[in-house]
Ligand binder design. Structure first.
Ligand SMILES: [Zn+2]
Ligand SMILES: [Zn+2]
Length: 256
């Protein structure tokens, strides 16, 4: 079984043919997918989709992306009701994005802390989006180290790896692991060194498309290419990696 721990089937790009996308994922043995919300509407859509197709192993995460933080004074109060849905398994994506700075940094930080508090209060794991902001993010996360964290699209390099692992953080790797270039080379070094118990795989589809499809729309079935690249770097079989990642995901999301 393969698992895509981060996809946006609820996005404008994938929603119109969600059913076909999900069927292709099934054919590729992707048996669990976590649909991640980026704002209020998006989170509602993620939860609804997960509820509509439970037979295909769909789950949801609800949150306000740091890009959207400026649009919200607080966590939407409806989230308390939405997380009662059994298919909603995490809070996020939340975090800090200083690469784009679509929301002012103090606003991002405030929303990030509200999410961590919300996750703590409801005993749920968080899906983190952190870009060019590891320093500030770690400062905030240290205060909330009891929360189970998943560093989506992990980009902290070797520099932050020990600290992240020390906090029990999961690192999810996506299409970038298959690309050429210096950043991807550093990512492969991280993948070779990280303990097996901290690895997850994701697509972040429709974005971050792996080679050989880079430039086209990404979808959960392509998570197979991420698995293949990681298995190759660690010199283990795809089956062995699949078993490891499945165990990690079950532990993290609380799946039986
Ligand atoms: Zn993200
Ligand atoms: Zn995402």
């Amino acid at each position: 079984m393969l698992i895509d721990s981060h996809c946006h089937i609820n996005s404008d790009e994938l929603r119109p043919d969600a059913r076909a996308v999900i069927m292709r994922a099934m054919d590729a043995d992707v048996r669990r997918m976590v649909i991640v919300g980026c704002d209020y509407e998006d989170s509602c859509e993620a939860a609804a989709m997960a509820g509509d197709f439970p037979q295909y192993g769909l789950y949801a995460s609800v949150g306000i992306h740091p890009h959207e933080a400026r649009r919200y004074p607080d966590i939407p109060p409806e989230f308390s009701r939405i997380i009662q849905n059994k298919r909603v398994v995490a809070i996020g994506e939340t975090g800090l994005d200083y690469h784009y700075d679509h929301s002012p940094r103090d606003v991002q930080k405030r929303m990030f802390e509200l999410h961590l508090k919300f996750a703590e209060d409801n005993n749920m794991p968080v899906i983190l989006h952190i870009r060019d902001a590891m320093n500030d993010a770690m400062e905030i996360l240290t205060v909330h180290r009891g929360v189970k964290m998943l560093f989506h699209c992990y980009s902290g390099g070797l520099e932050y790896l020990n600290e992240v692992i020390g906090m029990g953080g999961m690192c999810a790797f996506g299409g970038a692991i298959t690309w050429d270039g210096k950043n991807s080379e550093e990512l492969r070094e991280v993948v070779r060194r990280i303990p097996a118990g901290n690895i997850l795989c994701e697509t972040d589809s429709p974005y971050m498309t792996p080679s050989p499809f880079r430039g086209k729309r990404n979808e959960p079935s392509y998570v197979r290419y991420v698995y293949e690249a990681i298995a190759h770097e660690r010199s283990i079989s795809l089956q062995e990696l699949a078993g490891i990642v499945e165990g990690n995901a079950r532990r993290f999301f609380g799946w039986e």
